[in-house]
Write a new protein. Structure first.
Length: 278
């Protein structure tokens, strides 16, 4: 132990080695957090908090607490006036999370840890944000919808492509969620030594997928993505109808454009509309 020194000090041990004195940051701490389960690493924690839009004073449900890595980040993000309610089914994970939060965050009066199966439902309603780190988030969508307020943000964290597919399809089939998005983060460190500037040989690549969606109001029914009229196929009949109501198209056609060329143009137009007119 080093006592009486300011952070950033340099100390020399009797072995002759020099050390710098710093308190560990969150990114330093989490990879070495005592745990029995895989933690959510810092490269994903930042995007989870930002895309999950966690803010000071928010009420957040966390489903699956693990070792408490995300719990600590959520408590820091919601601040002293926010609340984090964590659900965990395993007593050993819950005990590890309690110990880690106490040791590495401190007193957390805004944190409640419940030992129960969240698939049976949440006690809370009208919460602002909801995070699920579970094998099957799609199974919990109905209970998640009942807990989230309209406009609330749903976030799931899953490691495999099959889990990604199942969760996205469950969200698409639900009438409670919209604005569905999914992504992963890749992190690569760089080495800068004189004229040698290159990426390091190892990188932190895939760890998990992050899935984000928004809770719809009860009066709104989401339109299934496969019913989007903009995605309808272009046929000879639809081309003829478009030509009848678009004089400019008639003029172009009279100048020798073939129906195949017109179909191609209409397809391009529809792709542009789907992309928002880019």
């Amino acid at each position: 132990m080093v006592w009486g020194l300011d952070e950033g000090s340099r100390v020399r041990f009797s072995s002759g080695e020099n050390y710098l004195v710093f308190r560990p940051t969150y990114a330093d701490l989490i990879p070495h957090l005592p745990r029995a389960a895989q933690v959510i690493y810092p490269k994903d924690t930042g995007p989870l908090l930002i895309w999950g839009d966690v803010y000071p004073g928010a009420t957040v449900i966390e489903g699956g607490v693990g070792a408490g890595a995300l719990t600590i980040a959520l408590l820091r993000a919601v601040g002293p006036h926010g609340r984090v309610i964590s659900y965990e089914i395993r007593e050993d994970f819950a005990a590890a999370a309690r110990k880690n939060v106490a040791a590495f965050f401190g007193e957390a009066p805004g944190w409640t840890l419940k030992l129960r199966d969240l698939y049976e439902g949440f006690d809370e309603s009208e919460v602002d944000r909801l995070f699920l780190d579970l094998p099957e988030p799609g199974r919990a969508l109905q209970t998640a919808a009942r807990a989230l307020r309209p406009g609330g943000v749903f976030v799931a964290y899953v490691p495999t492509a099959l889990q990604l597919k199942d969760t996205i399809e469950a969200l698409q089939a639900s009438h409670d969620f919209a604005e569905i998005d999914s992504f992963e983060t890749l992190m690569r460190h760089w080495q800068v030594k004189g004229m040698s500037v290159r990426p390091v040989h190892r990188m932190v690549a895939h760890s998990a997928f992050i899935i984000v969606a928004r809770r719809l109001a009860a009066s709104v029914v989401a339109t299934p993505t496969n019913e989007n009229p903009a995605a309808a196929p272009v046929t000879e009949a639809s081309v003829a109808a478009a030509l009848e109501v678009t004089p400019a198209r008639d003029a172009d056609a009279s100048m020798g454009d073939s129906s195949d060329e017109v179909i191609g143009e209409l397809n391009d137009d529809m792709i542009d509309r789907e992309r928002g007119g880019d």
